[in-house]
Ligand binder design. Structure first.
Ligand code: HEM
Ligand SMILES: [Ca+2]
Length: 403
């Protein structure tokens, strides 16, 4: 009898080691696995919530070992970010963000591109630390004042989410995490892929306006400049092509591409890479009077009226046109447009100028699932750029002010 018990214990021990090994493997692979299990996002139209699929809960169960895989950040003495960081301190944090973004999106779909661009402009400058949200103070110039940030929208939406979270769990959820979560939910609501994100980022105590001015990608720069700038942040050519798929949604001010229509590269001619029919169309949408009126810096608040007037006549009067002129679907249509010489931004159309990036444009135009998978991975990578974790940084109480 005692002999049988020993064998039973031995078998149990072997089983436990095996299960723990399997779980470790699952956790290591979980990000990619998630995309294989859930290649498509929930349909924004047919559900009241963004929870993708009942299998999502099974996936969540697998993630319950959340503390086992943690992402090391730049500073070895700081805590890593992790899945479901707010599990104990603010269990409803992600749900609250999702509910607010969903409500806002239903009323004004243009919030989604605004929040996505906000995240990109934050993470690209000194990492995902909410530095872009800080207002100017006596000793500090806001990143919002940098020329390429003047047309950023969505600051008020982040404040709205933050104040709701402060009501639930004061001083717990960082503005940097809110940006990441809100962008993730925005992508899914816009028909893009849903992806898991780590949380536990902390907020910067300073803004980096000089870096924002010098380093945010200029829409008129040539492809090698963009390649170098993204490479310095760890993104390769394929990932630039992927991330620029974000230009499937949102609007653009004519001032960012008018030179392509009339005075390309210092000439009095249009950009030869533009499709001629498209050139005419864009010229009617961005006639010179629109361009004149849109040359100056943005005078409205970052959230209004631009967030409320994207698809009506006042949008046209303000010289804003949809980024993906040919269709609203997230993804492949954008790449088809580039193949036809109908990329609005020079930076977009430039993807066709080099063989490697051109090949990825072709691949994504043909294969929507490949794009969705790559986009999810690239967004996860972008969201983890150079994050601050405890004891670095702080949790701001108001996103526009240092605590
Ligand atoms: C070479 C890199 C890039 C350049 C030169 C660039 C440039 C621009 C420009 C000029 C606009 C129009 C802004 C306006 O008129 O207000 C814009 C809009 C936008 N960009 Fe980018 N961008 C780049 C990369 C990205 C990336 C990596 C993302 C996200 C992952 C992104 C997301 C967006 C979104 C969603 C909009 C629409 C914003 C809205 O409708 O409010 N961009 N971009
Ligand atoms: Ca930043």
């Amino acid at each position: 009898m005692a002999y049988c018990r020993i064998i039973l214990h031995l078998l149990l021990a072997i089983l436990m080691v095996y299960v723990s090994y399997l779980r470790q493997m699952l956790i290591l692979e979980q990000r990619v696995e998630f995309l294989e299990i859930f290649p498509s996002s929930p349909s924004p139209s047919n559900s009241s919530s963004l929870d993708p699929d009942p299998r999502w809960w099974i996936y969540q169960f697998l993630l319950s070992a959340k503390h086992e895989e943690k992402l090391e950040t730049g500073n070895s003495s700081s805590r890593p970010i992790e899945y479901d960081f707010y599990h104990d301190s603010c269990p409803k944090a992600e749900q609250i963000v999702r509910a607010i973004v969903e409500d806002l999106y239903r009323a004004r779909p243009e919030v989604a591109p605004a929040l996505l661009r906000l995240l990109f402009h934050d993470c690209f400058i000194q990492g995902c630390d909410a530095s872009v949200l800080l207002d100017s103070t006596e000793g500090m110039t806001s990143e919002k004042d940098s020329p390429l940030n003047e047309s950023l929208r969505g600051f008020g939406l982040i404040d709205q989410i933050k104040s709701k979270l402060e009501g639930h769990c004061p001083g717990v959820v960082s503005c940097a995490d809110i940006l990441v979560l809100a962008a993730r939910d925005s992508v899914a609501l816009s028909g893009g892929p849903f992806y898991p994100v780590y949380t536990g980022r902390r907020d910067s105590t300073v803004a980096f306006s000089d870096r924002a001015t010098a380093e945010l990608p200029n829409p008129y720069d040539h492809l090698p400049v963009h390649l170098a700038s993204f490479a310095s942040r760890g993104f390769d050519g394929r990932e630039i092509v992927t991330l620029l798929g974000a230009h499937s949604i949102g609007v653009i001010d004519c001032k960012f591409f008018e030179k392509r229509l009339y005075h390309f590269d210092g000439s009095n001619k249009p950009d030869p890479s533009l499709d001629l029919g498209f050139l005419d169309l864009m010229r009617t949408r961005c006639n010179n009077s629109n361009i004149e009126s849109s040359q100056g810096p943005e005078t409205s608040s970052p959230d209004s009226p631009s967030l409320t007037t994207v698809h009506n006549s006042s949008t046209e009067e303000r010289g804003l046109v949809p980024m993906n002129y040919e269709g609203s679907a997230f993804g492949t249509q954008y790449y088809h447009s580039l193949l036809q010489g109908k990329g609005i931004l020079y930076a977009d159309q430039q993807l066709m100028a080099m063989e490697e990036t051109g090949n990825w444009v072709r691949a994504y135009a043909l294969d929507a699932s490949l794009f969705r998978r790559d986009f999810a991975l690239a967004m996860m990578k972008l969201s983890d750029l150079q994050v601050l974790t405890a004891p670095m940084g702080q949790i701001r109480l108001t996103c526009s002010k240092v605590a």
